[in-house]
Design a protein. Structure first.
Ligand code: C2O
Ligand code: CU
Length: 438
C-alpha cells in the first residue's frame, strides 16, 4: 500500500471506479518505441568446439562459437538483441547476468518468458546503466546448456587504453581435459603484449565451482568486482590469488612487465595446469598453481560506511544438506533453502523502495554462489566481521561452508526475480527462490 500514488475512492461497500492495476511482467520491458543504438543477433545452434588442448567437443554455440560473440556496448545506449534458436532442443533464453534490466528482459523461462524453441526467436531490449564486465547465458536447463557453451561476455564500455581482454574460466564437459579451463582454438591462450602496456583483464567464471586463479609474474590491482568499481584499489602483494565465485567477475589491471605474466587455475584443489600467458614475444614458461594469500574484498580499497542500518525487511536464508522435508516428502537433499526445495521455497516479498537486509548462512558442506537477479547487493559483514573496504557490491556471492554473510539492497526494480545458487546443478535440484514485489 502507499506505492501506487493517485487518489482512490474506495467508498463504503461500493466497487472502486478504477481498481488499482498491478503491473504484470510483460509491462516491465525495456524501451520498445525508439530505434536501438546497437543491434545484435545471437543464433543458438548445436556445433563443435575445438579446445585449446586440441580436443574437439560437441557443444552448443551462439553464431557458431562457444563462448558466443563478445557484445560490447556503450553506457546508456539502447541495446537490442535478437535471439534465434536453430536446433537446440532444450530451448534457449538470454539472461543478462549482472545487468539490472527490466523484468521482462531477464530471460528466465517460465517466469519472464517462454523458452525459445527451435525455429523461434525473441527480441530483448535494455539500456545498461553502468559500465563493467557482465555476461549473458541461456537459462533453460542451464546445468547442461551453459556448460556446453551457451554463454558469452557483455561488456559495457568505459574508457581504457591498452590491452582490454575478457577471460572466461570455464570447465568444458569432460573435466579430464587438463587445459579445459582457458582458451578455445579461436581464443589463443598465449599472447604477445609489449612491455609497459597497460593490461585490463576481465575474468568471468562461467563454471559451477569457485575458481582459484593465480596471477604469476606481476603484481596487480582488482579494479572492479561484478562490474562495480573498487574505490582506492591498490596493488596486491605479489602472489595473491583470486577466488572467483561461479558467475562472478573480477577486473584486474597491471602494467606489462619485462617477463611473462601467467594465469593458472585451481578448481577445488584439483591441480589444473590450464594457463593463460602474456609475454613480450608470445612465449611463456609453464604456469604454477597458487599457494599465496587470497584476495579479500571485505577489506580491500577505501572504506565508505554503509550508512545507517534501518531496514524495512530482513530475510534469513539458510542453506542445508541432509534430511529435510521437500517436495512433499522427507528425503535427502543436497541443496535446500531453509529446508525446502523449489517450488516449495516461499517467495521473498518486498515493496518498491524497501531497504532490504538478507542474512545468508551456509550450513551445508559445499559452496553456494548465490545470485539475485535484477539487483546488486552490498556486503555488510562476513561471519560477523563488518566490511571495512571499498563498498563491496556483488551480484554473485560465494557462500562457503560455515560462512554467514549479511548483505543489503534496495528494492528498486519491480518484477519477479530469481534468487538462486549459480551452481546450476544445485539450482536444478531446487536451490531456487524468487523475490517478488507486492
Ligand atoms: Cu547467471 Cu539465474 O543466472
Ligand atoms: Cu549451491
Amino acid at each position: 500500500a502507499g506505492h501506487h500514488g493517485g487518489t482512490m475512492d474506495w467508498g463504503t461497500g461500493a466497487m472502486p471506479h478504477h481498481p488499482p492495476q498491478a503491473r504484470t511482467v510483460d509491462q516491465l520491458t525495456g524501451p520498445r518505441d525508439k530505434a536501438p543504438d546497437a543491434r545484435f543477433t545471437l543464433t543458438a545452434a548445436r556445433g563443435k568446439v575445438l579446445l585449446g588442448s586440441g580436443r574437439q567437443i560437441d557443444a552448443l554455440t551462439f553464431n557458431g562459437h562457444a563462448p558466443g560473440p563478445e557484445l560490447r556496448v556503450r553506457l546508456g545506449s539502447l541495446v537490442e538483441v535478437t535471439l534465434i534458436n536453430t536446433d537446440v532442443e532444450e530451448g534457449v533464453t538470454l539472461h543478462w547476468h549482472g545487468v539490472d534490466v527490466p523484468n521482462a528482459e531477464d530471460g528466465v523461462p517460465g517466469v519472464t518468458q517462454e523458452a525459445v524453441m527451435p525455429g523461434g526467436r525473441h527480441v530483448y531490449r535494455f539500456v545498461p546503466d553502468r559500465p563493467g564486465t557482465f555476461w549473458y547465458h541461456t537459462h533453460r536447463d542451464a546445468a547442461e546448456t551453459v556448460e556446453r557453451g551457451l554463454f558469452g561476455a557483455l561488456i559495457v564500455e568505459d574508457t581504457h587504453a591498452g590491452v582490454d581482454k575478457t577471460v572466461f574460466t570455464h570447465l568444458w564437459p569432460g573435466a579430464e581435459d587438463p587445459i579445459a579451463a582457458f582458451g578455445t582454438a579461436d581464443r589463443p591462450a598465449r599472447e604477445a603484449v609489449a612491455v609497459g602496456e597497460p593490461v585490463l583483464l576481465r575474468l568471468i567464471n562461467s563454471s559451477e565451482e569457485p575458481h582459484r586463479i593465480h596471477v604469476g609474474g606481476t603484481t596487480y590491482t582488482v579494479t572492479a568486482i561484478d562490474g562495480n568499481p573498487v574505490q582506492g584499489a591498490t596493488p596486491l602483494t605479489a602472489g595473491t590469488d583470486l577466488l572467483l565465485a561461479a558467475g562472478g567477475r573480477y577486473d584486474i589491471a597491471f602494467t606489462m612487465p619485462g617477463g611473462s605474466v601467467t594465469l593458472s587455475i585451481d578448481v577445488n584443489e584439483i591441480p589444473n595446469t590450464a594457463a593463460l600467458a602474456f609475454s613480450p614475444d608470445g612465449t611463456a614458461p609453464p604456469a604454477t598453481l597458487g599457494t599465496g594469500p587470497l584476495f579479500d574484498p571485505l577489506t580491500y580499497g577505501t572504506a565508505t560506511p554503509a550508512g545507517e542500518g534501518r531496514y524495512d525487511r530482513t530475510f534469513d536464508i539458510g542453506t542445508d544438506d541432509g534430511f529435510g522435508f521437500a517436495m512433499g516428502r522427507f528425503n535427502y537433499v543436497s541443496s535446500s533453502i531453509n529446508g525446502r526445495l523449489y517450488p516449495a521455497v516461499p517467495m521473498l516479498m518486498v515493496s518498491e523502495g524497501d531497504r532490504v537486509k538478507m542474512r545468508m548462512a551456509n550450513r551445508s558442506l559445499i559452496d553456494h554462489p548465490m545470485h539475485l537477479h535484477g539487483h546488486r547487493v552490498r556486503v555488510l559483514s562476513r561471519n560477523g566481521v563488518p566490511a571495512t573496504g571499498s563498498p563491496w557490491w556483488t551480484d554473485t556471492l560465494n557462500v562457503a561452508p560455515g560462512e554467514v554473510f549479511e548483505v543489503a539492497f534496495t528494492a528498486d526494480n519491480p518484477g519477479i526475480w530469481m534468487d538462486h545458487c549459480h551452481n546450476f546443478k544445485h539450482g536444478s535440484e531446487g536451490m531456487v527462490m524468487h523475490l517478488g514485489y507486492a
